[in-house]
Every structure is written in structure tokens, then in C-alpha cells.
Design a protein around this ligand. Structure first.
Ligand code: PMT
Length: 405
């Protein structure tokens, strides 16, 4: 969820610095690009090397140590960040920032940044309740800074009270919530997309499959996520990197794809089947590699489950979208699949078109709906096409609203 998000952690001096290490680690694991700036006091507790290892980035602590002569480090870091978190935030740094003081790397970055800044205070309970500290926090809150309140409990100084740095897991959750796109057409909606081929095993080294690269399905998954969806991508074997923010379930065979899609079907809002699922599989999987002989060989095939047709039979609230890969009578055949499989939409591609189909970066398709709308999309990159198709589907479902599912 935090892929491509740039988060700057400003670490100031308190025993809770050890929790900032966990915070940096968890943010990095969640996909964020994390950089760390430390005060001299923070370095009394944990060395910069620890943060460097956790963030896989340089750690900054000296305003006059310019690691890259082409930029001014504190301005560069201030401009780089999407979000700045001061954790742990001491009474000292809160007081300095509230009064516009910048006399070290942390406070110069905080003064220079235009990104949102959060403070996660950690200190002794009596310090936290001191009028001057409360005044400084109020000043910063009025200036638009956000505070992650410390929790209550046993403090390192021996007191019990409010002053513990909030748990790293909780801070990561707040960061994730902060970056969830709001008010997009698919915000909060679960969209299940299948992509790629399936492989049906013959023996331990051979299989039946097709030429699907997964590009169309992955493009649909990326587009759905950008429109706010919680996207589950059920992917056959492909060599593509999953789009960021998408939950990927890797499968091999049609049977595994059926199981994964069924598991995610009941609460799905939209299901899009871009995968090229094998219609047949070897009737028998040989446990050992089949030995070659001088004579010809025959492999008996049996039908796989038609996943989309089964989903159509079980359809409740879901908007069901199929793809049709056709080589002749393209529209008629596609329309037949729309009806037979009880779909809301079908995206028909003529897979003999040199600008579309299997493996290409572009596609040419016709979108048909059960309400009779029919739109041809000329050759264009699969990513652009995916966004247009999803927008058209969302628009028709919202406007038409006559999808008696
Ligand atoms: O992956 P790319 O290289 O980018 O190529 C994209 C694509 C050509 C694979 C894609 O655009 C596409 O057309 N996908 C559907 C391929 C296909 O299997 O079409 P079909 O006409 O055979 O099947 C119709 C629909 O039924 C499809 O949505 C398919 O996922 C589904 N089906 C088919 C068989 C089966 N056993 N279960 C299914 O769910």
C-alpha cells in the first residue's frame, strides 16, 4: 500500500529511539521509501548505521555534511518527502519547531519542508503535562501539524502515565490510512481480476497452456487500483511484476484459479476474467516423466470447469465482466458468451489482429453490455485501454442502473 510513498523519519533523542527502528523497518516492509534524519542526542541511543540498514538509504545528521554536491541536503530531503514523521518527538524538538528555531539537521528539514508533518511525542509524563509543552503542542496543532498521541503505560524513567511512543504498528496503520485515495469511483470496492494463462500438467516436466502474457489482466488490475479499488489479482504463471497496491494470488492450473476466484467471489463488487483459462486438461497427470518411444503418442484431454459460467450461475450483486478471445465471427461469438455465461459485460478481442491479443502491449477490443451498448476501442496500449474500459463499465452501471443482477 505504501509503494512509491516517500516518508522521512526525524528521530530525536529519547529512549523510544529503539521503537523508531521498528517503525522504519515496518514502513520499508510496507513498500515505502524511507529516509532518516537524526539529532545528535538520538545517536546516543542508536547509531545511524542501524537506520541505514533498516531503510537501505543514507542517514542524515549533520547539516554541513553534504553527501551530494549537486543539492543542499536539508532542502533536498525537505522537498523529497511526501510525509514527515518526528518519532520519537522530544519536548525539545516540539519547542524548537513551535518557535521557528532550526539549529540542526532535523529542525532545518522541518522548517524547510512543505510536506505534512506528524509528531509522535515520547517523554516523561510530567514533561508531557508541563504547561510550556502543552502550549507548544497547541501552537503546532493550530499551525496544521498533526500529533500521534503517546500511549499510557510504564515509562522508561520509572513513572507510569502518558508518554510512551505509540506502537510502530499503529503508526504504520495511520500512515497507510493517510494514503488511501479518497472519493475515487471504486474506493472501498473489492474487485477481483484474473490474468495470464493456466498450465495443465501432463507430467512433472510438461504442460498444456497458451500464449497469454498476463499484460491485459495486469493492466486491468492496475487501473482498478488507481480508481480506488481493493484489488485481488488471481494470476496464472507470467513474468510480470505485480502492480503496486494489488493483492496477488498466484495459481497454476484452471482448478487452482477456480478455487482462488470462488474464495473471493461472495463479497466482490466487480469480477473481471481476463485470464486465458485452459478449456481442457490432460485426463491423467503422469507422476513420472513420460519416456519417448518411436511410436506416436496421444494425450487424452478432459474439460476444465468453465469458471466464468459457474460464477454467472452464482451471481448476486457482482458485476461480471468476461473477455472473449475470438478468431472468427468475433462479435457474434462474443455476444453468445455474454448470454450463455450470464455476464454484465464482455470485452471482445479479435486475437488475430496484429495490434492486439496475446502477448502484445496494445489491444483492440469491443465492449458489449447486456443492455445492448456496444463500443469499439481502437488499438492502444493495454494500460490506457484498461482505464477506459473500467470507466465505461462504472459509468454504465451507475447511469443505466438497470443491471437486474
Ligand atoms: O494476457 P495477454 O497476453 O495480455 O493477452 C490478453 C488476452 C488475449 C488473453 C485477453 O485479452 C483475453 O481475451 N482473455 C480471455 C481469453 C479467453 O480465454 O477467452 P475465451 O473466449 O476462451 O473465454 C471467455 C471467458 O471465459 C474469458 O473471460 C475466460 O477467462 C473465461 N473462461 C474460459 C474458460 C474456462 N475454463 N474458464 C473461464 O472462466
Amino acid at each position: 500500500m505504501l509503494a512509491n510513498k516517500k516518508i522521512l523519519i526525524c528521530v530525536t533523542g529519547g529512549i523510544a529511539v529503539y521503537k523508531a527502528v521498528a517503525l522504519v523497518s515496518k514502513l520499508s516492509q510496507a513498500g515505502a521509501d524511507v529516509k532518516v534524519v537524526m539529532t545528535k542526542s538520538a545517536m546516543e541511543f542508536v547509531t545511524p548505521l542501524t537506520f541505514q540498514a533498516m531503510s537501505r538509504n543514507d542517514v542524515y545528521f549533520d547539516t554541513f555534511d553534504e553527501k551530494d554536491s549537486r543539492v543542499i541536503a536539508h532542502i533536498d530531503l525537505a522537498d523529497w518527502a511526501d510525509l514527515v514523521i518526528v518519532a520519537p518527538a522530544t519536548a525539545n524538538v516540539i519547542g524548537k519547531v513551535a518557535n521557528g528555531i532550526s539549529d540542526d539537521m532535523v529542525t532545518t528539514v522541518l522548517l524547510a519542508t512543505t510536506a505534512e508533518v506528524w509528531f509522535a511525542p515520547a517523554m516523561n509524563v510530567n514533561m508531557y503535562e508541563k504547561r510550556s509543552v502543552i502550549r507548544n503542542i497547541d501552537t503546532l496543532a493550530k499551525d496544521g501539524y498533526r500529533f500521534i498521541e503517546p500511549s499510557e503505560g510504564f515509562l522508561a524513567c520509572g513513572y507510569v502515565g502518558k508518554g510512551r511512543l505509540e506502537e510502530p504498528e499503529k503508526i504504520v496503520k495511520l500512515v497507510q490510512e493517510n494514503f488511501v485515495p479518497k472519493n475515487l469511483p471504486l474506493t472501498g470496492k473489492k474487485v477481483v481480476i484474473t490474468a495470464g494463462p493456466t498450465r495443465e500438467r501432463i507430467d512433472p516436466v510438461r504442460y498444456v497452456s497458451n500464449f497469454s502474457s498476463g499484460k491485459m489482466g495486469y493492466a486491468m488490475a492496475e487501473a482498478a487500483t488507481k480508481l480506488g479499488a481493493k484489488t485481488i489479482l488471481v494470476s496464472g504463471p507470467v513474468s510480470l511484476n505485480p502492480p503496486s497496491g494489488v493483492q496477488v494470488i498466484h495459481v497454476e492450473s484452471a482448478a487452482e484459479m477456480f478455487e482462488a476466484v470462488s474464495r473471493n467471489y461472495d463479497d466482490a463488487e466487480i469480477v473481471i476474467k481476463a485470464a486465458a483459462v485452459a478449456d481442457y486438461r490432460p485426463a491423467e497427470i503422469h507422476p513420472q516423466k513420460i519416456k519417448k518411444s518411436d511410436s506416436d503418442s496421444v494425450i487424452n484431454l478432459e474439460r476444465t470447469t468453465d469458471i466464468l459460467k459457474t460464477l454467472g450461475e452464482r451471481k448476486q450483486q457482482q458485476i461480471l465482466v468476461g473477455f472473449a478471445a475470438e478468431t472468427e465471427n468475433v462479435i457474434e461469438n462474443g455476444m453468445g458468451k455474454l448470454e450463455r455465461k450470464n455476464l454484465d459485460f464482455i470485452i471482445i478481442n479479435d486475437v488475430t489482429d496484429p495490434d492486439g491479443g496475446f502477448g502484445n502491449d496494445t489491444n483492440v477490443v469491443t465492449l458489449l453490455s447486456k443492455n445492448g451498448t456496444n463500443k469499439l476501442y481502437p488499438a492502444m496500449p493495454k494500460n490506457d485501454l484498461a482505464t477506459l474500459l473500467l470507466e465505461a463499465i462504472i459509468e454504465e452501471v451507475k447511469v443505466g442502473n438497470s443491471h437486474d443482477r
